[in-house]
Design a protein around this ligand. Structure first.
Ligand code: GLY
Length: 353
């Protein structure tokens, strides 16, 4: 697979990535490299990586507990302490191997440690391969508010190896599909069409490469999310609020990111049909296809107020106004759209119906 060049770093695939990593370690003469893992990537992914690193180097493994609930400043403090205790200096390298929690938080920890050390991301979930791998967003949650604290910082390189996907559950693979669908609806309809043709075998590796290409094209044009990059938030305004609500609610099961964004894409396409004339027949196909893959999230009318309240914290808001990315048609996004609470509620009713 062809390497993709991002803002200041390459996204390498498979062997090319490991060769580049070995050359990088040798050229920078690292004696020790620090590797951030969680208990899952420690057991299942680290052995694959260690086999691929042929350069003479000592590994210091730093493990955190998996899960979004640990993506916070408390965990960052313990990571900065661990780096300090293990003698990491300004010339050290941190390799983050894991899902979005590991790569987002590891990137943030590296960027702030001694005003910034080098880091490399090796995403191991489908979601982090197609989304978090490119774009330089690093950060952590503040309470239930996702990615509230963070900064833009680029890794030295990203390595994509689909081998790691074999360590995932079906549920985790499905979760990553939501972001691929997002690229299909907002940017490249041919990607979306692959979800419609049930007779075709899914070309997952091809989808990953195309998704990263798309995200990279968007990021190269608008790294700091002044305009075009906002399209990547399609499905995320309602989706993030529902995801946060389920995370904090004692009576709800925590959702995968994909389940939440699937709900967000259906509701926000419904809103698009009401405000921008998105074709209703296509909306019906989108609802059927997406619920066929993700099922339905039990967000009920009694949950609506709390979900609307959480939307007030969305990072795209300006002057307290919630801003949506909507679709005028396939691949035709309109950013900064204002939507009334009544229409948001109507869209949730449509989703549940
Ligand atoms: N996940 C959306 C973005 O990176 O802009």
């Amino acid at each position: 697979m062809q390497t993709i060049l991002s803002t200041s770093y390459p996204v390498h695939f498979q062997e090319t990535g490991y060769n580049a990593l070995n050359e990088f370690i040798v050229s920078k003469a690292f004696k020790t490299i620090f590797i951030l893992v969680d208990e899952n990537t420690h057991e299942h992914c680290l052995p694959i990586l260690q086999q691929e690193i042929t350069a003479e180097v000592v590994f210091e493994i730093i493990e955190i507990e998996s899960g979004e609930v640990n993506k916070n400043l408390g965990t960052c403090m313990s990571l900065w302490q661990a780096l300090t205790d293990l003698g990491a200096d300004r010339k050290s390298l941190l390799i983050n191997i894991g899902g979005g929690v590991i790569t987002d938080m590891g990137g943030f920890v590296a960027s702030a440690y001694k005003r910034g050390i080098q880091f490399i991301n090796i995403p191991t979930t489908l979601l982090s391969m197609v989304d978090a791998s490119v774009g330089g967003k690093t950060g952590v949650d503040l309470g239930v508010l996702k990615n509230q604290i963070g900064l833009f910082a680029d890794p030295e390189m990203v390595i994509i190896d689909p081998m790691y996907l074999q360590t995932l559950s079906e549920k985790e693979i499905t979760s990553g599909m939501a972001e691929i669908i997002k690229y299909g609806l907002t940017y490249d309809e041919s990607l979306w069409k692959q979800f419609l043709d049930e007779t075709e075998e899914v070309d997952l590796i091809g989808m990953i490469h195309r998704s990263i290409e798309i995200k990279n094209e968007v990021v190269l044009e608008d790294r700091l999310e002044a305009s075009l990059r906002k399209i990547l938030n399609y499905g995320h305004t309602i989706g993030h609020a529902v995801e946060s609500y389920f995370l904090e609610s004692e009576h709800k099961e925590t959702l995968t990111h994909g389940q939440a964004i699937a709900l967000g894409m259906i509701t926000e396409t419904y809103i698009s049909s009401k405000l921008l004339g998105f074709p209703e027949d296509v909306l019906a196909i989108i609802k059927k296809t997406i619920t066929g893959i993700f099922g339905k999230v039990p967000v009920l009318p009694e949950d609506y107020d709390a979900v609307l309240d959480l939307m007030k914290h969305d990072k795209k808001n300006v002057n307290g106004q919630v801003n949506f990315v909507l679709l005028e048609g396939m691949e035709k996004c309109k950013i900064d759209c204002k939507v009334t609470p009544e229409l948001i509620i109507e869209s949730l009713d449509y989703y549940l119906a």
